[in-house]
Write a protein that binds this ligand. Sequence first.
Ligand SMILES: O=P(O)(O)O[C@H]1O[C@H](CO)[C@@H](O)[C@H]1O
Ligand SMILES: [Mn+2]
Ligand SMILES: [Mn+2]
Length: 405
Amino acid sequence: MKRTIIMMLDSFGVGAATDAESFGDVGSDTFGSIAKACAEGRADIGREGPLKLPNLAKLGLALAAKESTGAFAPGFSDNVEVIGAYGHADELSTGKDTPSGHWEMAGVPVLYEWGYFSDLTNSFPKELTDKILARAGLDGYLGNCHASGTTILEELGEEHMRTGQPIFYTSADSVFQIACHEESFGLENLYNLCIIAREELADYNIGRVIARAFVGTGPSDFARTGNRRDYAVEPPAKTVLDKMKEAGGEVISVGKIADIYAHCGITQKVKATGLEALFDATLEQVKLAGDKTIVFTNFVDFDSHYGHRRDIAGYAKALEYFDSRLPEMLELLSEDDLLILTADHGCDPSWKGSDHTRERVPVLAYGGGLAAGSLGRRNSFADIGQSIASYFKLEPMEYGESFIK
Ligand SMILES: O=P(O)(O)O[C@H]1O[C@H](CO)[C@@H](O)[C@H]1O
Ligand SMILES: [Mn+2]
Ligand SMILES: [Mn+2]
């Protein structure tokens, strides 16, 4: 039975990318910074001491990171028997955003420039927001700036509830984000507003409109819910997921994968919110999956709950939880199955600001006939897509070099 399971740890970078300088991210290192803080006793909230990731280390994480940065992350060494193939990859795509990272790992790098709203305040052209408001029948909006999605709720959430005006904000990514209260504004109204915005943004080359639904009564208890929805544009070419689907295979999206690929190349969607539920759903799908199947999960919490929130201890605890459950996954795999663990960009929780960091990502591959050992530095995340194409004997991708014969 041939199946590929992709566990995509959103934002789990392993050190600054070769081109990090052009992003102002030289020295960023998501994994390394978390390990360092843990080793120094600076991440003892809800957990304690050095970062413990024995199962990820067995799959080669520590060595992959060492080959990326030149030194072992604090608390890690080569004193472990590695059972998988491990490498680290630079990104070819121009942006350090989620769609770019995901599409590239599926064999389609984004070589064009996205549109960005780069002004930190007054970020959106009036012409654009006027059209969106008119079509939605709204008399105004709040925000109009770069912001952290949780901070802006504390600042504007109450005013939004009082006035009924949606909160529009953006970030260093190519995004137009709309935060609205699920009850006072209404979830369907939020989704409809996002669809209008998606249409009006056609000429702006913006990667995603994101619905940010939240609940609560005031700044102290406002909380975003699992009803986030991403409206992405379609990838510029067929990804390995499209090719798999066309070849009659199954492509099962767990979590927000389907949204990120604009539902292209997906045969089944499974929703789950939170690390535990996402892990449970992934195991469940692997149990059910037959031959010629890709099970692809995005573990978004690493990024959205901890990376963007610059919460080092939270990130460490989440990694340790993920690691503790890996044996359950390994147990489900048959000899032929291929397990890939990777990331889409960095989001170093020790870094300035609240945006992603341009980093290399780990490429941990286990099974599929691969010998344990180093895959070295890969020039593109597309090596993953190319390897999956060759594993399932699909037509080769235009980009990427396969590490599977
Ligand atoms: O601060 P929050 O709302 O989590 O937003 C973050 O999440 C977006 C999508 O990943 C990024 O562009 C960044 O702005
Ligand atoms: Mn991401
Ligand atoms: Mn993010």
